[in-house]
Ligand binder design. Structure first.
Ligand code: SER
Length: 597
């Protein structure tokens, strides 16, 4: 089924069930100053979810354009796109769980009106319940009544099954649908196996029904909204991949012409540069839609996001051997692909192509000189300082994230002092607005503020503590740090006992209280392996790596890990370490969430 048929069927299906169809809102939010772009279908509808009357009534369906650029590093894999379309049906204080779930099921499985997917390949999750809301037995019963066996319905916690757009606003428990992408159906799965099958992409999340009846304020759920709403979201990209039996939307009709064109422009097409080709496709597609909605390249806010995408696209296009003025050709293809559904992009095509071409010409002029200068600095000093980054940015137009990427490819990392220095230089020269500099490191370097830096060091101590107290065989499998907490997944054959948890916590706190130094070393990968530095299982590392060592009073290593940093200089900066939760995520893999208080 063609992507356009999926869109049409979706809207028709809900129109027939009493929904009014509305156009996608602009990518630029007009009622939410906290975000630069709409990042989810619900964002433009927030006032109505909170109770304001919508002129189109209480039942609405749409396809909303969205942009997410917080995770540019992941783009090029099968699932991440900086631009995507969300199909959604909305109840603004009208129907609730029963209709929402029944219609989701019918649309997915009906051959006549929907997608005709095989119901035996559907897997469902419901909310497990916590202090904010009870276990969602109601959704569970509805799914069962539709014929989904209990063995394919899983209860998951808020991390997975509670949806909110941020720290404030409407939110609620959700029920998600997953589809089996394997040739041979994976069959009944235990909860751990299910979670694992999602990780390996054998099961793909295809739709999320959110029951928005709660409200969040400053990160806390403060109670119920005036009305019970439904917010559903199904990505066009994923649905298209499923309907065309592909693992990724890049291999579907959505990207077919775009990828073909990129391949014909490249001097050398091979599997090793697939990621680069996909990045160019993704970034040009997003840029077309951003410019269409009024963004122009600049050094602040949205303009900076656009500039960053385009310059990144130019850099990869250059590596792929594209000649000058080629992004414009790709943009033309994007426009001709999408113009039937979004006819304004054809009206704005001249402006879009000009903007993209100008940015390419401008950046190409300095790209080669800039790379030369970068290499000279690197050869002379073995590093790029914050000041160098500032010069590269102001003289050659290298967005700092691009410099970070160049460095990363060479196994060298900016440390927090360099970032600080860069930011100071930038402020002095008043080049960037506050917003852009605050958001600047979100992509490549995540949120490097004090809290996350401390949690990062605590993360290293936790791994060492687990190996010391629980088992030498523990290996890290994944990690994630927000301002609120750290999260570590690790290989371990048993649930930690209360005693083990208390002892690990005490071990970490002992190292904190002793005020030990945290030192960064750069060394060849082979050397780091020789000294037994911890690496994440399955991760790939460059030839020269940076290793962080926590040293005891005698200078002996208590923890040594491959890591780009940044970290605190002394463990006494951390405060007190507290394990909040220990749980299973998959067979043989445990997860700890912990915090500093
Ligand atoms: N807001 C939910 C999501 O983006 C459902 O639309 O997944």
């Amino acid at each position: 089924m063609h992507s356009s048929e999926i869109r049409t069927r979706f809207l028709k299906f809900f129109e027939k069930r009493g929904h009014n169809i509305i156009h996608s809102a602009s990518l630029l939010p007009d009622n939410d100053p906290s975000v630069l772009f709409n990042t989810a279908g619900m964002q433009p509808l927030v006032p109505y979810l909170l109770g304001q009357e919508h002129t189109m009534g209480k039942k609405i369906a749409n396809i909303q354009k969205c942009v997410r650029t917080g995770d540019l590093d992941s783009i090029g894999d099968n699932r991440h796109f900086s631009f995507f379309e969300m199909m959604g049906n909305w109840s603004l204080g009208d129907y609730f769980k029963n209709e929402a779930i029944t219609w989701s099921y019918e649309f997915l499985t009906s051959k006549e009106e929907g997608l005709g997917l095989n119901p035996n390949l559907l897997y469902i999750t419901c909310f497990e319940g916590d202090k904010n809301a009870p276990r969602d037995i109601e959704s569970f019963e509805i799914w069962k009544s539709l014929g989904i066996p209990e063995s394919r319905i899983y209860f998951l916690e808020a991390d997975d099954n509670w949806w909110s757009p941020g720290e404030n606003g409407p939110c609620g428990p959700c029920s998600e649908m997953f589809y089996d992408m394997t040739e041979n159906k994976v069959g009944d799965l235990s909860k751990d196996e299910f979670i694992n099958a999602v990780k390996t992409e054998d099961l793909i999340e295809i739709w999320n029904d959110v029951f928005m009846e709660y409200e969040k304020k400053d990160g806390e759920v403060i109670g119920k909204l005036k009305q019970k709403n439904v917010d559903t979201g199904a990505g066009v990209e994923r649905m298209t991949a499923i309907m065309q039996n592909k693992r990724t939307a890049y291999d579907t009709d959505l990207f077919e012409e775009i990828m073909n064109q990129i391949n014909s422009l490249s001097s050398n097409v091979n599997i090793d540069n697939l990621r680069e080709r996909r990045i160019v496709a993704d970034h040009v597609r997003s840029s077309v839609f951003m410019i269409n909605d009024g963004v122009i390249s600049s050094n602040s806010d949205r303009g900076y996001v656009l500039r960053r995408l385009l310059r990144r696209a130019v850099r990869f296009a250059d590596q792929l051997g594209f000649k000058n003025n080629s992004l414009m050709l790709i943009a033309e293809t994007v426009i001709s692909k999408y113009k039937t559904f979004y006819n304004d992009i054809e009206l704005n095509s001249k402006k879009i192509l000009e903007e993209i071409n100008n940015e390419e010409i401008k950046f190409r002029k300095t790209l080669h000189d800039g790379v030369k200068h970068f290499n000279v600095l690197l050869n002379e000093n073995k590093k790029i300082t914050g000041y160098d980054a500032f010069v590269l940015y102001t003289t050659y137009g290298f967005p700092v994230e691009l410099i970070v990427e160049f460095l990363k490819e060479k196994g060298i990392y900016f440390n927090s002092d360099d970032i600080e220095k860069f930011n100071i230089e930038m402020k002095v020269h008043q080049k960037l607005s506050q917003t852009a500099s605050a958001g600047m490191f979100k992509g490549g370097l995540a949120n490097h503020n004090d809290k996350t830096i401390k949690l990062h060091t605590a993360h290293h101590l936790l791994l060492a503590g687990l190996q010391e107290i629980v088992s030498k065989d523990i290996k890290q499998r994944g990690s994630n740090i927000t301002e609120e907490r750290l999260r570590m997944d690790f290989i371990c054959d048993h649930k930690l006992t209360d005693e083990e948890k208390i002892n690990v916590e005490a071990w970490v706190n002992d190292k904190i209280n002793r005020g030990l130094s945290v030192v960064r070393h750069e060394m060849p990968l082979s050397e780091a392996e020789k000294i037994g530095a911890q690496m994440e299982f399955g991760a790939k590392y460059p030839d020269i790596v940076s290793v962080y060592i926590v040293e005891d009073e005698k200078g002996l290593a208590i923890s040594k890990e491959f890591c780009g940093g940044p970290h605190v200089k002394n463990t006494k900066e951390l405060g007190q370490f507290k394990i909040q939760k220990e749980e299973a995520v998959a067979a043989g893999i445990r997860r700890i969430k912990a915090n500093l208080i």
